[in-house]
Write a protein that binds this ligand. Sequence first.
Ligand code: ZN
Length: 131
Amino acid sequence: MSDTESSSTSILVTQRNEEDTENDIEIEEIPVKKARKASRVYNHHADFETYNQALDMIKNKFEGYSWAAKEKQKSTIGDKEFFKCSSCDKRLYIFKPNTNSSESIFVEEEEHVHIPKTRGVPEQTNNGIKT
Ligand SMILES: [Zn+2]
């Protein structure tokens, strides 16, 4: 049965050759899809004339919470400075476009998810009201 042997050998050789060819050819670049976590949705919230005005709005308990400054991102269209809610993972950013001097705040399309603190003893609000 030398026929079978030779044919199976030739198949093996052919497969090897294909693999070699594949390695030589540059595989077309397929953009790697990022995980869902990376795709946060931000909505435009407000425009400001200066950076400080935008920063003031965030620092002044925007949406009633305090925000911590996070990373900055530079791109060809402008700079983004991210902030994160100090009590959850909601984010926002100040966007400074390269094309003009305005500043914009974009806020993530997520609700605040704050775990209420139940252990703390409520403050006594006994003001000693006397009649
Ligand atoms: Zn929050």
